[in-house]
Design a protein around this ligand. Structure first.
Ligand SMILES: Nc1ncnc2c1ncn2[C@@H]1O[C@H](COP(=O)(O)OP(=O)(O)O)[C@@H](O)[C@H]1O
Ligand SMILES: [Mg+2]
Length: 302
């Protein structure tokens, strides 16, 4: 069963589509990276799923049921924009207010549980306003985790965090899916931020889903290339072009694209009298791939 299934979803503001006939499938147990530039419709989509906004048209199903179904709504936790905390109250007090709002049976235990998940069990008495950005983001996640949701919706929770904050956030999200069986929908305007954790990707552009695939599929699309140096770069390039289709000179290296086998390149060059002085295998990162994909899409749009 899929945690989220969206068909043909649209939402416009003043006659402009923010979400434009969007389709989306989030399998249960996934960490689904929802990626797109600022203004592409990520937050609007998430608000629609959470019922904070009403769609013009389309269908949203959560765990196979209509998203308005009360039984399914209580299984969704969300952090969109900010946690809506009271700055002068402590972390614990803020969580308690939310636990009361949710009518939780054992709020104290539940708060302890979520603080442990976000690794803030020792920070319960700190005032919200004294927390760092990384802590505030984690409190937001703790809020969303109250009541043991089966689906967690997080809008750019990594945005603005330092390296350490990002690492902790990644570990928390992996923990939530692995050990609590939760599905996570997480947005970012940077694909690279999600590269280490996402199991699936959806790329949104101008309100439309332009690509949806698993991390493995995405990985296999990221291009490999071999870069090398020789004394006679021009000559070597010409020789390489007799055997390989995509040979370019970039950043002082000859790059042979879509080739993983460095040996065959060295052999071919040697046979033709070129000695390789430096060689390495590379892979275009997902971020680069994403940027290429975006610009390819630009060209299509023209
Ligand atoms: N409440 C609103 N009123 C008018 N326009 C909005 C509103 N919310 C979002 N938009 C517009 O919808 C588009 C998508 O916004 P948003 O979903 O916030 O994108 P993202 O989260 O990807 O940055 C943007 O052009 C934005 O200006
Ligand atoms: Mg947004």
């Amino acid at each position: 069963m899929n945690a989220i299934e969206i068909k043909d979803l649209s939402k416009s503001f003043r006659g402009m589509y923010a979400v434009d006939h969007l389709n989306m499938t989030v399998p249960q147990g996934a960490i689904y990276g929802f990626v797109g530039e600022n203004g592409s419709g990520k937050s609007t989509t998430m608000k629609l799923i959470c019922g904070h906004l009403v769609a013009d048209s389309g269908e949203i199903k959560l765990f196979g049921r209509d998203y308005t179904d009360a039984g399914v709504r209580v299984r969704v936790g969300a952090l969109i924009e900010n946690a809506g905390c009271f700055p002068g109250s402590s972390v614990y007090q803020n969580l308690m207010m939310q636990a009361i709002n949710l009518n939780l049976g054992n709020p104290d235990e539940e708060i302890k549980r979520v603080l442990e998940i976000v690794r803030m069990e020792d920070s319960a008495n700190i005032k919200f306003k004294s927390c760092s950005l990384g802590m505030k983001q984690r409190i937001g996640i703790a809020m969303a985790l109250l009541g043991e949701p089966a689906l967690l919706i997080l809008d750019e929770p990594i945005n603005g965090l330092d390296t350490d904050g990002m690492r902790i956030m990644r570990e928390i999200l992996v923990d939530i899916t692995k050990n609590y069986g939760c599905t996570v929908l997480i947005s970012s305007h940077l694909l690279g931020e999600l590269e280490k954790i996402a199991t699936h990707y959806g790329i949104i552009r101008q309100g439309r889903m332009i690509m949806e695939m698993s991390a493995e599929e995405m990985d296999s699309r990221a291009q490999v290339f071999v870069s090398l140096k020789t004394k006679d770069m021009k000559g070597a390039k010409a020789v390489l072009r007799t055997k390989f289709t995509d040979v370019r000179e970039e950043e002082e290296y000859i790059r042979v694209y879509d080739v993983d086998d460095a040996e065959s390149i060295v052999e071919h060059l040697l046979k033709n009298g070129h000695v390789v002085s430096e060689i390495k295998k590379n892979k275009i990162g997902l971020e680069e791939y994403y940027i290429e994909l975006m610009s390819a899409n630009d060209k299509e749009a023209v």
